[in-house]
Design a protein around this ligand. Structure first.
Ligand SMILES: Nc1ncnc2c1ncn2[C@@H]1O[C@H](COP(=O)(O)OP(=O)(O)OP(=O)(O)O)[C@@H](O)[C@H]1O
Length: 290
């Protein structure tokens, strides 16, 4: 079967309501073959719901989801790979049994195990460490050489080494022409994507490269020995403050507001305007959309 040339997945004005609640609100987006698109947003922003509609696992309330040039159907869905947040593996079956099951349902050969998880072949998936389970879920999702993979927080809860390995796999896939849509909460991972989509309260609020998304948003970097008290004071003043290690930063707020808040709390600090990060831009957009 020939590979898709247009978008591998696409949403055209897609919305999803649950009762009166709108989880996804008029989203238009697409993923091209060979690109890694990062889908970012706070918990509950609508990322999983959008993915499930793109996969045809959940009907849209309005608009159209498309995959590989047509509406979602069984034949097209077989050309996609999906790693859901809960991994979609049978925890009471061994790793090999899981892969045999997947191979059987796609009619493809059982994939070879990557070296890092080969030792778990006869282990029940539920007894494997989370990083190894995630790698196994990747292996299962890629076993039928899909043209697109949709990964819902694929590296959540795994250590840095396992995360780097999973990202190597993602890159190998995109280099081979596979379109990848990946949700993540890790900003270092967002920076590895070719393009970003930011969702907030069900809406797509920004998209493009990291530079496009951040735009000219600035942040205040607060330098003080008393970082804990500074964080508390700025937070109590309901400013969009982020604590990154011991660095206190406030997104998109007037420097004088920050200085005045700290002075009222009796704190001495250096306050400087710096370019915002993606995370800070997300915070600003989430507050505007909320
Ligand atoms: N079946 C459902 N019935 C009712 N509400 C739902 C249902 N599925 C999702 N929601 C709601 O829709 C909103 C979006 O959920 P979704 O899981 O898509 O968010 P998310 O961005 O993937 O969040 P997370 O990062 O926590 O996975 C949430 O408020 C959620 O509670």
């Amino acid at each position: 079967m020939s590979r898709a040339t247009g978008p591998v997945v696409e949403a055209r004005g897609v919305s999803r309501r649950f009762g009166t609640f709108t989880a996804v609100d008029d989203v238009t987006m697409h993923v091209e073959p060979g690109e890694v698109v990062g889908l970012l947003g706070a918990n509950g922003a609508g990322k999983t719901t959008l993915m499930r509609m793109l996969l045809g696992l959940l009907p849209t309330s309005a608009g159209a989801a498309r995959m590989l040039g047509g509406p979602p159907n069984r034949a097209r869905r077989k050309r996609l790979g999906y790693v859901p947040q809960n991994l979609g593996l049978y925890t009471d079956m061994t790793l090999t049994e899981n892969l045999e099951f997947v191979a059987g349902s796609y009619g493809t050969p059982v994939p070879a195990l990557p070296d890092e998880i080969a030792g778990y072949a006869r282990t029940l998936v539920g007894a494997m460490p989370l990083g190894a389970q995630r790698q196994a879920a990747f292996c299962a999702a890629l076993s039928h050489a899909p043209e697109a993979v949709l990964l819902d927080e694929p590296t959540s809860g795994v250590d840095a080494l396992a995360r780097a390995r999973l990202w190597d796999t993602i890159r190998e896939q995109s280099d081979a022409g596979v379109g990848v849509l990946v949700t993540t909460h890790y900003m270092q991972e967002a920076q590895q994507c070719d393009r970003l989509l930011l969702m907030s309260h069900g809406r797509l609020v920004a998209q493009g490269s990291e530079a496009d998304v951040v735009g000219d948003t600035r942040a205040c970097a607060v330098r003080t020995d008393d970082w804990a008290a500074a964080f508390s004071a700025l937070n109590a003043a309901r400013l969009p403050v982020i604590l990154d290690g011991r660095a206190v930063r406030v997104a998109d707020v007037d420097l004088d507001d920050v200085r005045a808040t700290l002075a009222r709390a009796g704190l001495e600090a250096d306050v400087e305007a710096v370019p915002a990060t993606i995370e800070e831009r997300m915070l600003v957009l989430a507050r505007a959309a909320g």
